[in-house]
Every structure is written in C-alpha cells, then in structure tokens.
Ligand binder design. Sequence first.
Ligand SMILES: *Cc1c(COP(=O)(O)O)cnc(C)c1O
Length: 390
Amino acid sequence: MSDIKNTPAHEGQPPYLLTPGPITTTATVKEAMLRDWGSWDGDFRAMTKQLCDQLLIVANAVDSHVCVPVQGSGTFAVEATLASLVPKDGKVLVLMNGAYGQRLAKTLDYLGRDYVALDKGDYLPPMPEEVEELLTQDTGITHVTVIHCETSSGILNPVPEIAEVVACLGRRLIIDSMSAFGAIPVDAQTLPFDALISSANKCFEGVPGFGFSIIRRSALENCQGYAHSLSLDLYEQWLYMEKTGQWRFTPPTHIVAAFLQAMAEHEAEGGVAGRLARYQRNQQRLVAGMKELGFRTLLNEKWLSPIIVTFLSPQNPRFDFEEFYNRIKAHGFVIYPGKLTVVDSFRLGCIGQLYDEQIDQVLQAIAAVLDEMGIDSGHAELPEQNAVTA
Ligand SMILES: *Cc1c(COP(=O)(O)O)cnc(C)c1O
C-alpha cells in the first residue's frame, strides 16, 4: 500500500510522528492531494457525500444520525457541536479528567452555556455511578459531555457504561471521540449518543484540516438558532449540505480527497477492528520495551489506551525533556511532551503509520539517547499522594 512504513528512520527522512495527530500518513494518502477540485463541482460534492456516508457506516448510525463535517481542527468541531446542540438555557455536566475535558469546559465558558464539572484529576476515569448520582441530584442538567480517550494522559474512559446511565436518566450525551473514533468500536445502536465528534487526522490517519460530528437527526432538527456563530453553526451547515451537497464555505478539498484515500486504507486494514489490533500491538510492544528500559507508565495498566501512553520522566537529574526530545528526533522520531498538572511526563503515540519495525526502532533510539545522556534507567517513582490505586 505504502512504501513509507518500510523506510527505516534515519537522517534525511522526515521523522516518524509518535504524536496523537497530526500523525504519520501513508504516501498514498499524501498523493491523493496532488490534484485540485472545484468546491461546487459534482465530483467534489460526490466526495463529500461519500465521506459522510462512510463515517455513518463506521459508527453504525446510518438511519439514526447525520454526519456534519466542519472546516478547522478538532477543537472547531467540538465548539461547533456544543454551540449547535446545547440550547442557551441548557446545562452541561462536563466529565473531566485531563486537558481536553478542561478545554471543553472553557469552550462552554466562551459560549456562555451553564455547566457543572466532575473533575477526576489527571489519571482516573469518571465512573458511571458518579454520573448517575450527579444527574439524579441536579435535574437541571440537560447534556453530558465525555472525552472518549483523554489524549492528555491516554486514559480510555468507560464511555459505553456512562452512555447507558445518561440515556436511562433521559439526558443527552456528547462524546469527544477525537482520538478514539476509527480505532475504538462505536455502535450508535447500542451506545446512545446525540453527538460524537472526531477529526480527519487521528485514527483514520488522514491529514489535518477538518472535523466532523455524527449527530442524532431528531436532535439536530430542533437546533435552529442555537449557535452563536455563523461559521460554526452545524444546523445550518447540515441544512445547506442536504440541499446543495456543498459545504457552506470553502471546503478543505485536498484534505477531503486525502481522507477518502485514508478511509479506503482503513477499510483495507480491516476497519475499526483491524486498526485497533495494530494499535494494540504497537502499545503492548512499546510499553513492554519501555519497562525494560526502566520507565513506568502514569496509568494503571487497565486504563491504558491503545492510542497514546504517558510515561513518567526519569528521576535522574541529568534528564532534560528538551534535550531528550531533540536527541530522539535526531534518531528519526518526534515524541510528545506531557500535559499533566502534577508530574513530569512525556507521551508516545501508537497511532499513524507505525508498525513493529518502527516501535522497535523507537525503543532502540530511546535506549541510545539515555546512554548519550548518561542516564542508566528510565526509573521514576510516582509521588505517594498520586499513586494510582483505582
Ligand atoms: C486532538 C484532540 C482534540 C482536538 O484537538 P485539535 O488540536 O483542535 O485538533 C480534542 N479532543 C481530544 C480528546 C483530542 O485528542
């Protein structure tokens, strides 16, 4: 399919991205961008339709939901979804356990929507019983938001269990599945949600430039006039697309073309199941190898996602993240800084065009870099008060 995955990481080649988006894409995905499309033209309208149809199939949401793409990065799609679905007098329960949950609350601040937050800190998931209690206590809550995979720590939140509680109590669920959809199974017929948001450049392995929201049709139909913003109004975007087959404003044509190629490759790999299997293999190989080098993961094993893993920074005083980063880059890999409030850490992504060879190479690179820096082990202790016991 692609020659890039067999290219050893070395100088002169662009580095592999061990980041949770943008990620390393195939040569064929990049090649799909080598021509121009007119936004009004029938060819491109057919591409938009195909994109939406295929995403609905992946979520098993063809009859119940619609897919509304929107220009911009993933955050634009989150903001657009909140603005378009939560009425001005609505109230949101924000399930928060990391930077993306915090960002979601901040978005509601901007939008002037009322909310309460359940903040679990950096490495524990919101539990369905807690959600049940909060929803029972506060009958004013209309919507619940949850981050599917909280990319700041890598935690995979128990979304199916939470969705069940939210549905039982008659509230509406909005899932930020940015870094999960495409690799973590989603079935709209058994997992009740009003909206599930994702973007082009994560588990589908496209290039960045648009996000999309899979929205329950019966919910969206009632949302005219909710949005505060012209360009982020998903009700209007949907209506216009239904009528004309076009995006309201200039679409990211090349990115859509690349995404269709990425979706064909996703399907060829075995769809969600195939992609999940590869990411799981990457994660297990990576964590095992890192443990051999003395590193420890932030999270308890059972909350580790196959998307991205947070490792504690070595306690050795010679460790300096900037230097570590630059040296690993010189070996052909770009890693990701930590995003935690309480402990120093860094993250390694498992998504994108990464296979056993690349995982082995990055482990070799990290071992070599520790050596170069005079650090004998990646060992770190989690401070006692932060010990992960759940
Ligand atoms: C990547 C990501 C986003 C969106 O980030 P952008 O930088 O705007 O693309 C939102 N939520 C989660 C959980 C993410 O991983």
